[in-house]
Design a protein around this ligand. Structure first.
Ligand code: ZN
Length: 377
C-alpha cells in the first residue's frame, strides 16, 4: 500500500505496510528502531537511495520530512548514479540546524513551503541548475549571510513569497542567471539587508539585460534606502544634524511620490494635474481678466475675482464655467505658453503666475527625463 501523505499535488511514492498507513518518514509515531534508521540515513551510515530515491519522478525525495536532528547534506550517502538528479525539499521542516555547505547540486533544487527553524547555511554551495525558494520560512537566520560564496549557475534563482527575507551578501551568479526576488519582506531592523538584496537583484538584472526588472528592483532599493533615513540620535549637538535629516527625508518623499524614484512617469503627470488644478483655484481668488480680441482690438473683457464664501452661494454652473477658464489660464502658464488672452490683474496674481511658471519648467523637465530614462533602456 502507498503512503497516505500528500500536500497539494505532492504525493508520497513510498510503500508501507504499517498500520498507520504512512511511510517511515511520514508516520507520526516511530519506534526506537525506526528513529535509529532515520538517524543512520542522515548521518550517512546507510545508503540513502533505498529510502529517498523516488523512481517514479526521478528525484531525491525529501518532501514533507520533519528533521528532528542536525543535518549536513554532505554526510548523506548518495550514490553517484543519483547525484545528478533533482532534489526536492518541499514541505520539509528542519527543526534543528541544517548545513548544505560546499554541496554541489547538479540539477534543480526545490524548497517550496520549506521551514528552516534553526541555523541554516548554504555557504560555498554550487547550484548548477535552477533553485527555487517559494513560501519558505526562515526563522533563525539572524544577521548571517546564508548564501555567502554560493554560486548559482542555472537559468533562474527564484526567491519569492517569503515573509522574513535573508541576507544575500556574498552570493555569486553566472552571467546568464536570472535572480527573481519577489514579494519578500524584511523586518524594520533589517532594512539594510533588504536594500542590499534589491541592489544585488538590480545589478544581476542589468548583467543579463533585463532592464524592465532592473527598474523594479531599483525602485525597491530606493524605497528601502528611504526607509533607512532615521532621525539622528540625541547627543547634545543636534541642530545641524537634524536639518540634514529633514532635508534628506523631504528629498526622499519628493522623489518617491512625485517621480516614483524615476521609475513612474505617470506620477509626474498626476502631480502636474493636481498643481494646475490648485493654481486654477488660486487664480480665481486673486483675480484674472479675460480679454477677447477680434480684428486686433479688444472687443470685450471680463474680470473674475471670487472670495472663499462665493463658492457656497454661487450658481454651480457659473462657478464651473469660470473654473474651467481659470484652469485653462493655469495650464497655459504651467507650460509657459502664455497666449495673453487671460492675464493676472494684480501683484498677487503675477507672483502666483511666476511661481507656477517656475514649477512648470521644473516638473516638465522631470517628466521628460523620467520618460527618456524608461524608454532608452
Ligand atoms: Zn510517505
Amino acid at each position: 500500500m502507498k503512503c497516505k501523505w500528500e500536500f497539494g499535488d505532492c504525493k508520497c511514492y513510498r510503500y508501507t505496510d504499517d498500520v498507520s498507513q504512512y511511510c517511515l518518514f511520514h508516520r507520526k509515531f516511530k519506534s526506537e528502531k525506526e528513529k535509529k534508521i532515520i538517524a543512520n540515513i542522515f548521518d550517512g551510515n546507510i545508503e540513502a537511495g533505498d529510502y529517498l530515491w523516488n523512481k517514479e519522478e526521478k528525484i531525491y525525495d525529501f518532501r514533507g520530512i520533519i528533521f528532528n536532528q542536525n543535518v549536513n547534506i554532505s554526510n548523506i550517502k548518495i550514490s553517484d548514479l543519483n547525484k545528478k538528479a533533482c532534489f526536492d525539499f518541499s514541505y520539509a521542516v528542519f527543526n534543528k540546524n541544517v548545513y548544505f555547505d560546499d554541496y554541489k547540486f547538479y540539477s534543480d533544487v526545490f524548497f517550496v513551503n520549506t521551514k528552516f527553524n534553526q541555523s541554516t547555511s548554504f555557504e560555498n554551495c554550487v547550484f548548477i541548475r535552477n533553485c527555487t525558494f517559494d513560501k519558505s520560512e526562515f526563522v533563525n537566520t539572524k544577521s548571517r549571510s546564508i548564501f555567502c560564496m554560493s554560486k548559482f549557475l542555472g537559468q533562474e534563482f527564484v526567491f519569492k513569497n517569503i515573509s522574513n527575507g535573508v541576507k544575500f551578501d556574498g552570493i555569486r551568479f553566472s552571467v546568464n542567471t536570472k535572480f527573481i526576488l519577489e514579494n519578500v519582506g524584511y523586518d524594520k531592523n533589517r532594512y539594510i539587508d533588504a536594500r542590499n538584496a534589491y541592489r544585488i537583484a538590480k545589478n544581476q538584472s542589468n548583467i543579463i539585460g533585463d532592464y524592465e526588472e532592473s527598474g523594479k528592483y531599483y525602485y525597491k532599493e530606493r524605497l528601502y534606502n528611504g526607509k533607512m533615513i532615521s532621525p539622528p540620535i540625541e547627543d547634545g549637538s543636534k541642530g545641524k544634524k537634524y536639518h540634514k535629516y529633514i532635508f534628506s527625508k523631504i528629498m526622499d518623499l519628493v522623489s518617491k511620490y512625485i517621480v516614483g524614484y524615476g521609475e513612474k512617469p505617470q506620477n509626474v503627470l498626476f502631480f502636474s494635474f493636481i498643481l494646475i488644478s490648485i493654481f486654477a483655484y488660486l487664480y480665481m481668488l486673486v483675480g484674472i481678466r479675460f480679454n477677447a480680441y477680434i480684428d486686433c482690438t479688444m472687443n470685450y473683457h471680463r474680470t473674475i475675482e471670487y472670495s472663499f464664501l462665493d463658492i457656497l452661494n454661487l450658481d454651480f454652473k457659473d462657478f464651473i464655467n469660470d473654473y474651467f477658464q481659470a484652469w485653462y489660464f493655469s495650464i497655459v502658464t504651467f507650460t509657459t505658453v502664455g497666449y495673453g488672452d487671460i492675464i493676472p490683474i494684480n501683484y498677487k496674481g503675477k507672483i502666483l503666475a511666476s511661481i507656477e511658471m517656475f514649477l512648470g519648467v521644473t516638473v516638465i523637465a522631470t517628466w521628460t527625463s523620467t520618460v527618456v530614462r524608461k524608454m532608452s533602456r
